[in-house]
Design a protein around this ligand. Structure first.
Ligand code: F6R
Length: 246
């Protein structure tokens, strides 16, 4: 894993946005895997500012999001569909038919169809990931099999509490979500893992220095041949310097 340490959140977002822009410039029909949550917000802002310069088109790009809550309609302000529209999709010239999120519905068929769409698009060229406090990637909570495909998950209490900040109360946070599986994520040709802030320092230390284990889903990324971790000083504050240089 290549590790890039940044001074702060802004520098992390600058580097991640530059990598995505480079991807779309070099392959106009790139397939991007996208994440939601707080971490990528600054990255999306930079993609929008860059797009407004007028040099880059996304009209042949396809996107696949990692996850969606079960039970929230696409117009619910806390759905990931809404988040993506507000923060990215409506600001770029992406074709709506080329932007995909898993349907927030329980059902094997829905999950299978999502996998098929990714395969039909030719697989994901560049997947953006954030990291949960409990080590989840997508909504693959601790204990999820490394061979999982797109599936419905029951969210950990810790994840619901972490995401409560976007809702009025904990009761409103959905209990289930649909997420790309770990095997699905690992099939991406390249992965950018973004981690910000001291509160994730313990998790990131375990991810980089501990066992590769299903108890810490993000640790699987050490088996992927092309992962770049971009993290700020706070997030990397507990990682041995020798690991940073390797
Ligand atoms: C979001 C996702 C999650 C988040 C993770 C970190 O689509 O898949 O794995 O990336 O929960 O969330 P933030 O960035 O809000 O700390």
């Amino acid at each position: 894993m290549k590790i890039v340490k940044t001074r702060d959140y802004d520098e992390m977002c600058d580097l991640a946005a530059q990598r995505i822009i480079k991807q779309v410039k070099s392959k106009s029909n790139s397939v991007l895997g996208l994440a939601t949550g707080s971490t990528p917000l600054g990255v999306y802002q930079r993609l929008v500012s860059d797009y407004r310069q007028g040099d880059l088109s996304y009209d042949r790009v396809q996107t696949f999001n990692l996850d969606e809550y079960v039970g929230l309609s696409p117009d619910h302000p806390n759905s990931y569909c809404y988040y993506m529209r507000e923060n990215l999709f409506s600001h770029l010239d992406l074709q709506p038919a080329n932007t995909h999120l898993p349907k927030g519905e329980v059902g094997e068929e829905v999950c299978r169809q999502y996998e098929e769409k990714i395969t039909k698009a030719g697989g994901i060229d560049l997947q953006i990931l954030g990291l949960g406090l409990n080590g989840h990637i997508g909504f693959n909570e601790p204990g999820t099999s490394f061979s999982s495909r797109t599936h419905v998950v029951e969210l950990d209490d810790s994840t619901r509490i972490a995401n409560q900040r976007f809702f009025n109360s904990l009761d409103e946070v959905p209990t289930h979500a649909v997420t790309m599986g770990i095997a699905t994520i690992m099939e991406s040709r390249e992965i950018l893992l973004l981690v910000q802030g001291e509160k994730k320092a313990d998790t990131l230390q375990r991810l980089l220095e501990g066992e590769i284990t299903e108890s810490l889903p993000g640790s699987v990324l050490r088996r992927h041949p092309r992962v770049t971790l971009i993290a700020d000083e706070g997030a990397l504050s507990k990682v041995e310097t020798s690991h940073l240089n390797s």
